[in-house]
Design a protein around this ligand. Structure first.
Ligand code: SAH
Ligand code: AVI
Length: 313
């Protein structure tokens, strides 16, 4: 038999590690290959997926006020920028902005969107940074000494554990010349709203989840049969967190990097956490990472918050 072709050794290493645990796991950052990024964009306009339209509403209603957080000659740095859809609301309001740095792990998607932004905003210097914000946020040398406002929308912070979130916020607080942070955070709410948002009727979230297995097959030569894994969204009350799983629909074995991974029927791969917050848990996170909360802006139903943090001591 031919040896499988491995094009992504980091993914193979991380997948072997995650799939050898008692609760098998895969890291959520691997969702975002070209197909995964496109599927996420589809998720954002699903009727059940309230976070995107709610955050957009908040940003629209408070665009000028949020834009006024940009310091003079400031760089606008966005983490997990994706298609930078929401960003345009702020870019339109930041009339003096000269430099926008979208940072994302999804290289091709990022560069394609940066090119589109350059066409739409010819006066703007768009400086895309391909990086994993969990390990490294290094800015181009020319931008290091410029003042910075950070934008981290979408409740992408919710995909990190509490400890990882505090570590990231602490690292952002210690970026040179950072003046503030605009953070999007999804709030705790009843499960009859939360569960459908992560298990939509049209199956787009299921396709997003299963695409992780398609990516593993393509980039590590694994032989998952994605249709033999069912998408499931669960609410963990203690952790205030939606968990996404891929549940094996039968006893099966999968080959990955020379190892054989066995699945019992009903056994799952835990693929994502999406933490939900309260005003108290957001305040606690700010305290633990050295940020000052200036304002917590919510929609009328308090589904979502846009939090304005300042780096003031
Ligand atoms: N900001 C957009 C997109 C959110 S989707 C919005 O609010 O709609 C999450 C984005 O974060 C994706 O574009 C994904 O590629 C990126 N991402 C996820 N994990 C990342 C990581 N560890 N480092 C950098 N980018 C990451
Ligand atoms: C990017 N992130 C904030 C999304 C979320 O809601 O946790 C990813 C997602 N997963 C399933 N649907 C959307």
């Amino acid at each position: 038999m031919d040896k499988p072709i491995v094009t992504n050794t980091t993914l193979l290493h991380d997948a072997l590690q995650g799939l050898s645990q008692t609760q098998k796991t895969l890291e959520a950052k691997y969702f975002y290959d070209a197909k995964g990024s496109a599927l996420f964009e589809e998720i954002t306009s699903l009727p059940e997926y309230y976070p995107t339209r709610t955050e957009i509403g908040i940003l629209r209603d408070h665009a000028n006020q949020i834009a006024s957080e940009l310091p003079p000659d400031g760089v606008f740095l966005e983490l997990g920028s994706g298609a930078s859809i929401k960003t345009r609301i702020l870019l339109d309001a930041m009339v003096s902005l000269r430099t926008y740095c979208p940072l994302d792990i999804s290289k091709d998607f990022l560069e394609q969107n940066a090119e589109q932004l350059r066409t739409e905003y010819p006066q703007l210097n768009v400086v895309p940074i391909t990086a994993d914000f969990m390990t490294d946020i290094t800015l181009p040398e020319a931008l290091v000494s410029r003042p910075k406002l950070v934008f981290f929308p979408g409740s992408t912070i919710g995909n990190l554990s509490r400890a990882e979130a505090i570590d990231l916020l602490t690292r952002l607080r210690s970026l040179p010349h950072v003046s503030g942070l605009i953070l999007g955070a999804d709030m705790v709410k009843p499960t009859d709203i939360l569960i459908p948002a992560y298990a939509d009727a049209s199956g787009v979230t299921a396709a997003f989840n299963r695409n992780l297995l398609v990516r593993l097959n393509r980039e590590t030569g694994a032989n998952f049969i994605p249709e033999q894994f069912r998408h499931e969204a669960r609410w963990d009350t203690d952790m205030s967190c939606i968990e996404m799983h891929l549940v094996s629909t039968k006893d099966q074995q999968v080959e990955l990097g020379g190892a054989v991974i066995s699945f019992d029927k009903g056994e799952s791969i835990h693929t994502e956490n999406s933490h939900k917050y309260t005003t108290e848990s957001l305040a606690e996170m700010a305290r633990s990472s050295g940020w000052q909360i200036e304002q917590m802006i919510q929609d009328p139903a308090a589904l979502f918050s846009v939090v304005v943090f300042s780096a003031a001591p």
